[in-house]
Write a protein that binds this ligand. Sequence first.
Ligand SMILES: Nc1ncnc2c1ncn2[C@@H]1O[C@H](COP(=O)(O)OP(=O)(O)OP(=O)(O)O)[C@@H](O)[C@H]1O
Length: 573
Amino acid sequence: MMSVTMETNLSTTPLPLPVHFAHAEQSFSLKKRRLPFSSDSSSPHSSPVCLSRTLPPRPSAKGGCGSVSRVFTPRPSLWSPLSRSLIETQHPASLYDPGKPQSFFSQCFTHLGLLGRGSFGEVYKVLSHRDGRQYAVKRSVHRFRGGRERTWSVGEAGNHERLGPHPHILAFIAAWEEGDRLHIQTELCCTNLQLHAENQPANMDEATAWAYLCDLLLALQHLHSQGFVHLDVKPANVFLTRSGRLKLGDFGLMMELQPGGGGPVNGRGREDAQEGDPRYMAPELLRGEYGPAADVFSLGVSILELVCNMEVPKGGEGWQQLRKGCLPTEFTNVLSDELQTVLKMMLASEPLERASVPQLLSLPSVRRRLWRRRLSLFLQETALRVASLYQSTMLLSWKLWLFLRLPWLPSWKTPAPCTPPRDSWEKEFALPLTLWSSNARGSLEDDTVFMQEPLEHSMDLSPSFPERVRSRLSMGSTSTPLQRSPLRTPSPSPCLAPSAAHSSPSTHLRFDHSRSGTPPVYPDFPGSHRSRRGGSSRRLLEGEAEGTLSWDLSIEPKNLLRMFEDTAREDLR
Ligand SMILES: Nc1ncnc2c1ncn2[C@@H]1O[C@H](COP(=O)(O)OP(=O)(O)OP(=O)(O)O)[C@@H](O)[C@H]1O
């Protein structure tokens, strides 16, 4: 009788709360969305101060020591690799030279910006000089405050590395210690799930919630199969890639368990297990029991929060209710029966009654979504790969195009050529020039329409070569310039008279411009000082400011062909 009364009393006694649950919320409430489009805090549309965005209360410092500056005198910042990936591979001296005053971080990476700040670290977006890829580097905010904190931090990096690669685990790249700070280099993601959800204009639909559940169950399956428990599963510790794939990250509280369900391998205990976010914490952790079931509970709360757009309580009555297996029906009754059932299985108050990850993954409702999710991720990622391949091909061809045109590029400084009289110009040059200008999209380099070598030198003009073509050649050409060779020659003449150019027996034409304060005007070609093609002429005239220039220009055989065609056309007329 006595024992029955005691049991009843115990079952009604609220669960003990962690000591740092100072600001407990009393009940469930709707999550306030962040409105990303306004930065004005006075505006009614500005971002509300969302409770889920405030960092959870934490003990002041891991290791429980005072401020570092009072305890330690500053030491020179030594670099030491912590991960196998760094210990086993030598950094070439060209990449990292320990003799240089710059840190390993600044020698090996270009800092591209701050991604965010957590309670223990600042995360930077970086460009690796080693492989030219972008990564995230998390650097602890505080210097190690003693051996325990250092061991803890080094343990975090080591555990993350030991997890090995998995499609739903944030990829570990390297870890090192420098300036008494831990640095962990990981793959770069777009954002975390908490920020992503808060920035969505509408509530998360159930299909997305199922997809996220599948991803994270797979991540936990991998983690648990390696003998680890995460102990801090929450949307803020889940990252999203460009394709929408979820990756579980932040292994700061992860513990390795002894085989056969024993305690933690590395001597971490009850206090450490309670450092997680109280909103997602499994009730048994407060009794000092930790195992994979704790992660299932935290994942259940995370999915509930996301799909119901619910503010998860940090404490109080709502917190107690959730840990007794009572779901807030005012939120969950809109969900499908299948999802409600799965959530109830995940949020069972007793760890032994709670479904394990393998059990959840074998549920027909989950299995069905699992293959759908795999297919959708495969399609998304394939589409992204194709798009990026297309992008790099385009970039490459653009670079090639630019490279091929490079010899012409400086010719934008070329002075405007002296031209034959308008009538003659229109008749002889209009067609090829139009073709050429459309080809070159009106760029300025096209205005160098000269020949470099005397044509007879570069081409064998047989006696049968039609006289009219000869005469055309002698007048100059709109041919593609083969090579530009600006020769600085002092010339008293402002411009070689077009008549002189015409009368030259050779196809080698030389045009000189002398520098004058105002743009030269070519009297024989009305409007020649204005742009024939928008601004090109203007820039061309600017090029004249460089001084007196003379230009050797030449004709390409393909343009000769065009001249033959023109002549034939005229003959037909
Ligand atoms: N790999 C990554 N790619 C993109 N963003 C990242 C990455 N890692 C962290 N971030 C961003 O950096 C910010 C801080 O990171 P994180 O929360 O992991 O730090 P923390 O100190 O471990 O935080 P806490 O322990 O309080 O959860 C977050 O906004 C997170 O989205």
